[in-house]
Write a new protein. Sequence first.
Lengths: 222, 212
Amino acid sequence: MMKKYRLIVLWCALAAAMLPACAGPRHIRPEPVNPALCRLPFSSTSCRYIHGLDAELPGGARMTVMGVSVVDPETDTIQAAIMTLEGLVLFDATASGSSIKVHRALPPFDGPQFAEGLMQDVRFVFMFPAGAPKTTGRLDNGSSVCRYQDNFGMTVDVIAHPGHGWKVEQYSILGKKLRTLKISALKNGVPGMLEFEAFSPKPYALHMKLISAEPVPPAEKK
Amino acid sequence: MVECFKMKRTKAIRRLLSLAVCSLLLSGWSGSWDTIQKESEKLTSVKARFTQSKNMRILSRPLVSTGSFYFKAPDSVRWEYDVPVKSILLMHKGLVKRYTQGTGGLTEDAGAALQSMNVMMQEIALWSKGRFTESPSFAAVLKAGDGPTIMLTPRDEGLAKIITGIEIALAPDRPGLISTITISEGEGGTTVFKFSDVQINAMLNDSMFRSP
């Protein structure tokens, strides 16, 4: 009897622990939403962003670096660099489509998985999902949602909270939450603060405070 | 990824903090290694403003940071950035701490790992005596002239992949004072430190090296 009780408690505990990660995309009430509302915090042209990155590490430790990101949605190209506050470049790479070229990666930043994971994170933060939304609607709290799905079954919800910024949530095909991004209210069309969180394979969070943002002229892209 | 952050940040702090200390310790010398050692022994403290300009391929113009630098012999350092990210790096009696400005105010950073301290202290001990040629990390060449320059070259290949060279230029109009430090990382990437308002042997309280 006691053993059976322990099993039930264990099952409940496991289920509770799994629930937040596997709850899947939010329930939305389908209704028309202008995709422009969801797209508003994302630039559709090439931009260079510099952020102070406050990294929250497993165990509660934290540290601060600077990040430079050049994002060109038109050519699907991303350049990203991480440097210490003292200016030492730790990582510098360019991703174009599915190919990645690492210009500099100090060991142990030089693993191929690191570069791929980092560039995916940068893409998630700055690139708006391609194509038209699969569906649109509202949450129970009235927020508007644009739901996108890629060819691999990955779901991305862009949630617009009127007057309170945006939230982007990415889920795997199994409904596991992979990444989230909170976007603050815009200043001159650019979010002053981005709160990024990754849940897998190792959870970490980045608080990204905008230092500068500027358009990249076509001549520079060449 | 997070472990990488820790390790690289530690190395960066060690290298760059060492360089800044080393550079400002050079105050008061005129062109020979003997003079460096003699003048370095007279130094008790340094206080200066600095401007850091980062140049690299991904940037269209230099990324500029500014702040203040304090050193008190034998081994206390306060390296304080005002912009663009407020942060304070403290070293005192073998302990290194970093504080950065977050949403909740200044918070201690986990990046300044203590494991780097042994190497750091060895470097400072050498440099504070003007013994640059004895550094295990960099080979030093002194180029005399109106504005003497010290060229530092990494001794091992591993370090050379991170920093290809360092040039320390002395102010020609004020003998002994550092004008600029240029750290080269290859592929056109450089970090240039310019020091100004340098004060030598000013009275600096120990408490400013213990807490922000």
